[in-house]
Write a protein that binds this ligand. Structure first.
Ligand code: DON
Length: 565
């Protein structure tokens, strides 16, 4: 597909999946974070999930109990990304052991490699991003169930019940969410997309109680029957019938066979820290290790670069080019392709990759090849409990409001995660990411992700818990949050609010950045030859532990809330 079309597509969809409003700033940190004794903390994408997660921990639950309850609440109160119709990754650090629960969606059995290509072999615009064909088999309920079986301490019913109540009794619709819903609905109309989103969401009015009875009934089945309340029986039949009646692909067999998978997190030394992060099918863990390591290697023995100065942005942009060249070539679902993880995060390999970076000029995009061959809506939350356990959880239905399709009779939005596969080698997806064979579509395969829930440890204790939405920009949000916290010693609020930037090899020499880089920095980078694209991204939720004192921050522009208690 022509690049210009991708850029237009990306702009349209990314604006749909960025956080809704930027104008109204929250009150000061003191009122936003209800700091008391510094034992536990949550940094959540909305107030409903923050309050429920806190309550679960006050009731004696651990971080994993709180995470499960929050995930279900978000399926009700944050419909643009919270979900039971999508998937995600949960990174757990409990009793000094780490675990990674992969509840990513997977391709239906009837999916095939060329399913988004027309008779000429060209990608059919929008088919993998909107409407029923864009959905992978949802993984969220299975993921929460596995987390509960392995680590939960409170009864499952108690964890799902708050969400059931919020769906059935309703919640007061926040202004920002109401605005987001109406803008999305208008965009669907403007583009002529025929999906049933409005049937379920058009009635949402800011400040009024919004009820979702069908979703409430589905959640009640999940509460009462566990994972089988979704993957078998009534709900599974509703989903399969809805699919069959609307030319969708997901069947009862797809649902019955879905399994969340526990995987070994990536663990790498960085300075005096151990970074625990996301393995494939996430690309993010490998990427942030490469990025952080290259940063240290290239700045070693030199004066510390000024935060967000032109040399700082340039160096990290150059690193990003190499990171994304590897991503496109090697990364995919590890159950289908062999991903050379240890080679990609080997410091010697990373040093070779960074060796030809010049601080004075931009490297030639076409010459940045994958290195081993010689020659925008998701949501994230972070939790630490009083025992020092932590959860870093990123979950998504891909773009804001996913496929725009609600399962009639079950009341939940379906994901459009199939777009994260490579529909055709070298053709960019909605986030501008290209890929090849490693990420092509196969039945039951999981699409490559950029979600990067991460926990940084120091001497076995949690130091930072962080993560963000934002498609491919997630990776930049995550590694810059680690640098902000640990290299620049920022508070949690400063860490999440500091302007960020992102470069991903393609489009060529384009740096996407947020308001706040100085005009001088922007000009210097433009003079070097970069195209500077001012377009905000991400929604970080980060907790920092400084000598036993917790500090939590949720980005000021979003609907988030963080509490230390
Ligand atoms: O898994 C991924 O990388 C994407 N589906 C995430 C989508 C996302 O973050 C959209 N948010 N703005």
């Amino acid at each position: 597909m022509k690049y210009s079309l991708i850029v237009v597509l990306s702009f349209f969809m990314l604006s749909a999946c960025s956080a809704p409003e930027q104008v109204v700033h929250k009150a000061s940190l003191a009122t936003q974070n209800e700091v008391s004794i510094g034992q536990s903390a949550v940094a959540m994408p909305d107030a409903f999930s923050a309050d429920v997660a806190q309550q679960i921990m006050l009731d004696g639950g651990n971080a994993i109990d709180a995470a499960i309850a929050a995930q279900f609440v978000l399926a009700v109160t944050l419909p643009e990304a919270g979900n039971i119709g999508g998937g995600g990754f949960m990174l757990v650090y409990k009793d000094k052991e780490s675990d990674f629960i992969d509840y990513r969606e997977q391709a239906p059995l009837a999916a095939h490699r060329d399913m988004y290509l027309d008779a000429h072999g060209d990608v059919v615009p929008y088919q993998s991003v909107i409407g029923i064909l864009s959905s992978g088999v949802p993984g969220t309920v299975a993921g929460m169930w596995l987390a509960h079986e392995k680590y939960g301490t409170l009864p499952w019913k108690d964890l799902v019940d708050p969400a059931v109540k919020l769906a059935i009794e309703g919640f007061v619709m926040p202004q920002k969410l109401a605005g987001y819903i109406s803008r999305y609905s208008k965009r669907l109309k403007d583009k002529g997309f025929d999906v049933n989103f409005d049937d379920y969401f058009a009635s949402a009015k800011a400040g009024e109680v919004f009820k979702q009875p069908e979703l409430g009934a589905t959640l009640a089945l999940i509460r009462d029957e566990g994972r089988d309340g979704f993957y078998k029986g009534k709900t599974a039949k509703i989903i399969a019938d809805f699919m069959a009646n609307n030319k969708g692909l997901i069947t009862e067999q797809d649902l019955a066979e879905y399994e969340a998978k526990a995987r070994q997190p990536i663990s790498a030394k960085w300075r005096e820290y151990d970074v625990l992060t996301s393995p494939p099918p996430s690309s993010g863990g490998i990427a942030i290790i490469q990025w952080l390591t290259m940063y240290d290697q290239l700045t070693k023995g030199k004066d510390k670069l000024e935060h967000n100065s032109a040399p700082y942005v340039h160096l990290l942009a150059e690193a990003g080019k190499r990171v994304f060249a590897d991503r496109a070539e090697y990364l995919g679902d590890p159950d289908f392709v062999q991903v050379p993880v240890s080679e990609l995060i080997d410091p010697d390999y990373i040093a070779k990759r960074g060796a030809n970076i010049s601080m004075d000029s931009i490297s030639v995009t076409e010459l940045i090849k994958p290195g081993l061959k010689e020659s925008e809506e998701t949501t994230h939350f972070s939790i630490i409990d009083k025992w020092g356990n932590a959860v870093s959880n990123t979950t998504t239905i891909n773009l804001g409001f996913g496929s725009g399709v609600v399962v009639e009779g079950a009341g939940f939005l379906l994901n459009d995660e199939m777009d994260d596969f490579s529909a055709k080698p070298g053709v960019a997806n909605v986030f501008g990411a290209v890929g090849g064979e490693a990420n092509e579509i196969h039945p039951k395969k999981r699409m490559l992700s950029s979600m990067t829930p991460t926990i940084v440890l120091k001497d076995g204790k949690v130091s930072v818990v962080t993560g963000s939405p934002g498609g491919t920009t997630i990776i930049s949000s995550v590694y810059t949050s680690i640098l902000n916290a640990l290299e620049f010693n920022m508070s949690a609020q400063e860490t999440v609010d500091a302007p960020r930037f992102h470069h991903q090899l393609l489009p060529k020499d384009v740096i996407r950045y947020q308001d706040g880089l100085t005009p001088q920095t922007v000009k210097t980078l433009e003079d070097m030859g970069y195209t500077m694209n001012n377009n905000r991204f991400g929604d970080l939720h980060t907790i920092i532990n400084r000598d036993g004192q917790l500090d939590a921050g949720s980005e000021s522009h979003g609907r988030g809330k963080s509490i230390v208690f």
